[in-house]
Design a protein around this ligand. Structure first.
Ligand code: PLP
Length: 290
């Protein structure tokens, strides 16, 4: 895995999914009841969950609407001495956009010796953007999270990779319980990285990315669709005229969409994961009838 991610083995910590990496970071860097983390909503929910368990405060620096770009100026102004971790997700879940590489690099540099920047790259295999993993030897306040749960379709195996400067990996290893990875997980993970596994995944990523871009066009043309955001992930964020109605309709047809319509900035928005060609066609046909 270190070879695949182009890092040294000493810069890699295998965890039970990225979720455990997030939990280890919060427990290692945040003193309970005193320190804080920053998140940029709308974003993945586990940063807040891990902070809550540790009793760390969550400071929200919302993404700018409607582009969902990171508000870097506000973010830097929000960092004080209590703030230890900044969680950024690229490509972001649920909005699908990537954070520009230069924005990430500037934040890492500006926060050097102040806070650790965690770049969660759960969906990066679907993106044209390059991982920041190779840069951890130069920056000891950069942590990159990768996972086998998304592009590699191994969510049930629970295998994530935390990539960081060797000193950070050594620190986190001290609070990682012994024997975290069961043998069946190790076997499944190794299968992903042999040449047949890599070929299979590369083909699948290409197919899904093409379908994502054609689904984006086709959904945009539907009368009940208000907006589809561009996506670097394996899903699309879609705003409908009436999300509740679409949810009821799709549920009746046995299609599960993820409801984000109750979250700030995501009114009437649903997240649609790209399925098989048949599943995508069924969804388009159903939405086209209404
Ligand atoms: C799914 C996801 C994860 C965590 O996945 P694991 O299964 O715990 O590896 C982390 N971050 C984001 C943004 C995700 O979407």
């Amino acid at each position: 895995m270190a070879r695949f991610y182009r890092v040294d083995q000493a810069q890699l910590l295998l965890t039970r999914g990225s979720d455990e990496g997030i939990d280890l970071l919060v427990r290692a860097f945040c003193r309970a009841g005193r320190d804080a983390v920053i998140e940029c909503p709308p974003c993945f929910g586990m940063y807040r969950v891990a902070a809550g368990i540790q009793g760390a405060k969550v400071v929200s620096v919302p993404l700018l609407a409607p582009s969902f770009d990171v508000d870097a100026d506000t973010l830097l102004r929000s960092v004080d001495e209590r703030c230890k971790l900044v969680f950024l997700t690229s490509p972001n879940n649920p909005t699908g956009n990537s954070v520009a590489r230069q924005v990430l690099l500037d934040l890492v540099e500006a926060l050097s010796r102040k806070a650790v920047v965690v770049v969660d790259e759960a969906y990066i295999e679907f993106s044209e953007q390059r991982s920041l993993a190779e840069l951890v030897s130069e920056s000891d306040n950069l942590v990159v999270l990768r996972t086998l749960s998304k592009a590699f379709a191994l969510a049930g195996a629970r295998c994530g990779a935390l990539i960081a400067h060797q000193s950070v990996v050594e620190l986190l290893r001290r609070i990682l319980p012994p024997y975290p990875l069961p043998t069946p997980t190790v076997r499944a993970a190794l299968g992903v990285f042999d040449s047949a596994g890599q070929q299979h995944t590369a083909n699948k990523i290409k197919r899904i990315s093409l379908m994502r871009d054609s689904m984006n066009k086709l959904l945009t043309e539907l009368p009940i669709v208000d907006r589809v955001w561009p996506s670097d992930a394996n899903f699309l964020l879609v705003r409908f005229d009436n999300a509740a109605r679409v949810l009821a309709l799709t549920a009746d047809a046995g299609i599960v969409l993820r409801d984000f319509s109750k979250q700030p900035r995501l009114e009437n928005c649903l997240r649609i994961t790209i399925g098989t060609p048949d599943q995508n066609a069924r969804l388009l046909a159903l939405l086209g009838e209404h």
